[in-house]
Write a new protein. Structure first.
Lengths: 204, 212
């Protein structure tokens, strides 16, 4: 009798553990299986800039790495980073890391992007992601949101630029730290960091 | 004797099958507890640590014609807020917003209507602003009053947004607006990143309120 109970208990426990593992796998995947994770290689893509010139990731990538930043013209958080994004582009250009802006907001036109870049003196290339295809492919949710790729387009950091939209209150420069690690040939210590920002307005 | 033990084994297996597959919520409780940060134990029975007056702490969603007080939250306080009282379990709807966020402002009238429709049916609804703490007594309450929002209102002053976002939902990157519905057990039953789709939210509310 007690043998049977032991067997039943063991079997029951195995079922519970197995089910929990399966359920967890389902929860974690949640249909986002195709989204890149840290270490994934980002496949080449083509998008046009605000003037209509087509670019590919391979034509824009830096020798040592590429920073893709999802930006907006009307999001106050993204706008709070205009100067910092431009400075980042300037600081790292000579060191072989290119900054590329991507605007995926359905509510912001190429003309808006052009006017906004001129007004805020943004000199890096800004691509218009019509139909939010690249935002969907990368799983970008908000502005600003960055994807740092190494020299071989492998995703090495994803998330915020730093930890505060007010430059004077920044205490963690996550993106710069990650770029420096890439340039030094070291692994990136913190590969993901969240921050509050504006939702990307996707085409409905 | 053998028949009896075989019977108890079969019954046990059936019961387990029902627990695991027919009632997924307790299981997801187990899983999510692992995925989220461990909550501290409720030390003093206080619901929320706030920087405003103690009477504001007792404010109820039903109360209030009094001036709207927005209370400041930190990481510890938000964990407390998310906890459900096992003696009086009820679902919790949380909307993260900011006055600088256009879709947040646009969706507010819908949220106010949802609060009016569901608070009498046992829903707890709170709003959490991500505005600057310097706006806690000005633009934030002004906006809420303008929208006749009587839900308890908080402002999150994150020293580390990354950790805070993980406390709410590890799959959330911090995009605003974001709306989360926790069931009476405190598990996420519905999430909406971006502007809320009213029909979907109402369907989710009906579901969690019927489960209560």
């Amino acid at each position: 009798m007690s043998k049977h109970y032991t067997f039943a208990l063991t079997l029951a426990l195995s079922v519970v553990i197995a089910s929990a593992a399966v359920a967890q796998a389902i929860l974690v995947d949640r249909g986002d299986a195709a989204l890149p994770t840290i270490g994934s290689t980002i496949a080449d893509f083509k998008l046009s800039d605000a003037s209509g010139t087509e670019h590919s990731l391979s034509s824009l990538k830096g020798k040592n790495g590429t920073v893709l930043i999802f930006i907006a013209t009307r999001c106050p958080v993204s706008n709070g980073y205009n100067e910092r994004m431009e400075k980042l582009a300037q600081d790292y250009k000579a060191r072989g890391v290119n900054v590329v802006g991507i605007n995926s907001n359905a509510t912001e036109s190429s003309d808006d992007i052009k006017a906004h870049a001129a007004e805020n003196k943004l000199t890096f290339t800004i691509l218009k992601d019509k139909g939010n295809k690249i935002a969907d492919r990368l799983g970008a949710e908000r502005t600003p949101e960055v994807y740092l790729l190494d020299a071989s387009n492998k995703l090495v950091y994803h998330g915020r630029i730093d930890n505060h939209k007010k430059p004077e209150l920044v205490t963690a420069n996550d993106l710069r730290d990650a770029i420096e690690a890439v340039l030094a040939g070291k692994p990136v210590a913190k590969t993901e960091a969240a921050a509050f920002g504006c939702s990307i307005k996707r085409a409905s | 004797m053998r028949l009896q033990s075989l019977l108890s084994f079969v019954l046990g297996a059936v019961a387990l099958f029902i627990i695991i597959f027919a009632a997924p919520r307790p299981l997801s409780t187990v899983i999510q507890a692992g995925a989220q940060e461990q909550s501290p134990t409720r030390a003093n029975g206080q619901s929320v640590r706030a920087t405003s007056s103690p009477e504001a702490d007792k404010a109820d969603s039903k109360a209030t014609t009094a001036p709207l007080v927005v209370r400041e939250l930190d990481a510890a306080a938000i964990k407390e807020l998310l906890k459900r009282d096992p003696r009086q379990p009820r679902p919790l709807l949380v909307n993260f917003w900011a006055t600088w966020c256009e879709p947040c402002r646009e969706e507010f009238p819908d949220l106010v209507r949802i609060n009016a429709d569901y608070q009498g049916r046992g829903l707890e609804f709170i709003t959490i602003s991500l505005d600057d703490v310097m706006d806690i007594k000005t633009t934030v309450p002004q906006f809420l009053e303008e929208k006749h929002a009587s839900m308890p209102a908080y402002l999150l002053n994150p020293s580390d947004p990354d950790a805070l976002v993980a406390v709410i939902d590890p799959t959330w990157g911090g995009a605003l607006p974001a709306t989360f519905l926790f069931d009476a057990r405190g598990q996420i039953a519905f999430r909406q990143m971006g502007r809320v789709k009213v029909a979907l939210l109402r369907a989710a509310l009906e579901k969690v309120l019927s489960e209560k």
